[in-house]
Design a protein around this ligand. Structure first.
Ligand SMILES: Nc1ncnc2c1ncn2[C@@H]1O[C@H](COP(=O)(O)OP(=O)(O)O)[C@@H](O)[C@H]1O
Ligand SMILES: [Mg+2]
Length: 305
């Protein structure tokens, strides 16, 4: 169980993580979703004791990561696959982890098998690994201590489609056996397939959270008009809440017919009007990525910043 409570992180006057609260539960894969610069890595770094929080807390099974003895046995962590010692071979890195955690020797070969690194690859120096191989090695290192909790920052980066499918299967099995998985991604589609629960973050704040089923069943209607401001006002006056949903659309919490009548009464021409269905989450996410993405110039697409 991972518990994040009213967590805030400021860098000078800049609030990177702004009062966020969520849990990741055993037996479930929790997807931590948000555009680049949203605050995902900062949150995960605080969770594993690499960055101090400004206020609030982030605990694993009720404890601060730094107070857990032999943490690798409790929490598997993969934050930056490129941070592994480039001069060591994959097998050496796993062997160091195996000894450090006091695990049986056989775990090294088991892990190499699990992540499909061949003996030849395991004997190669990490500087000669592709990003995908580094991710596999990182996952092996995270899993070697048989932890109950896994924390993975953008683990799909650098994996090819077969690798992504493999990782999904692995995380699914791990959660089905009772493990807690928290993984981040800046791509909705990547996480939609694997996550049971979702925590969506933008500009350091949580904008949506709940089970994937709940979030994908977003009720209401999507409406696109030439005059968003007037329609928003008219909806509010009729007691219908609405929120901008990217590319000029509004997500209104009412049936399409009702929204159409309100627009008509307000004299606002409607360009598009339909039930939101599962589109709610996608629209929220699009809105985040189009309007409020920070950092787009400093964080390259796909970078595990
Ligand atoms: N050490 C730091 N000093 C100043 N700003 C930082 C630092 N680390 C992260 N940030 C800023 O905090 C915001 C969130 O970053 P990050 O947590 O890496 O986002 P994500 O992982 O969601 O892409 C970004 O705007 C980033 O530039
Ligand atoms: Mg990041």
């Amino acid at each position: 169980m991972i518990t994040v409570e009213t967590l805030t992180k400021s860098y000078g006057g800049f609030v990177a993580v702004d009062d966020i609260t969520f849990t990741a539960r055993p037996g479930r894969v929790t997807g931590f979703l948000g555009p680049n610069g949203a605050g995902k890595s900062t949150t995960l770094r605080i969770l594993v004791g690499l960055t101090p929080a400004t206020s609030g807390s982030a605990t694993i099974s009720g404890r601060d990561f730094v107070t857990i003895p032999n943490p690798g046995r409790q929490v598997g962590v993969l934050l930056d696959a490129s941070a592994q010692h480039a001069g060591r071979t994959g097998r050496e890195i796993l062997t160091i982890a195996q000894r450090f955690m006091g695990l049986p020797k056989g775990r090294v070969e088991e892990m190499l098998d699990l992540v499909s690194l061949t003996p030849e690859e395991a004997g190669r120096r990490v500087r000669n690994y592709s990003l995908g191989m580094r991710q596999r090695l990182g996952i092996a290192t995270a899993l070697i201590g048989e932890p109950e909790v896994l924390v993975l920052d953008e683990p799909a980066n650098g994996l090819d489609p077969a690798g992504i499918r493999w990782m999904r299967g692995l995380l699914r099995d791990y959660a089905d056996q009772g493990g807690t998985v928290l993984l981040s991604s800046h791509l909705l589609h990547e996480i939609e397939v694997i996550a049971d629960d979702l925590v969506v973050i933008g500009n350091g704040r949580i904008v949506a959270q709940g089970s994937k089923r709940e979030l994908l069943q977003t009720a209401g209607s999507l409406v696109r008009t030439g005059d968003q401001a007037t329609l928003t006002r008219a909806l509010t006056e009729s007691g219908v809440t609405s929120a901008p949903a990217g590319t000029g659309a509004l997500l209104a919490q009412a049936e399409a017919e009702h929204v159409g009548k309100i627009a008509f009464a307000a004299g606002v021409p409607v360009i598009e009007l339909r039930p939101a269905d599962g589109a709610g989450l996608e629209e929220i996410f699009l809105h985040l990525t189009s309007d409020t993405q920070r950092d787009s110039s400093t964080t390259p697409e796909g970078a595990a910043a």
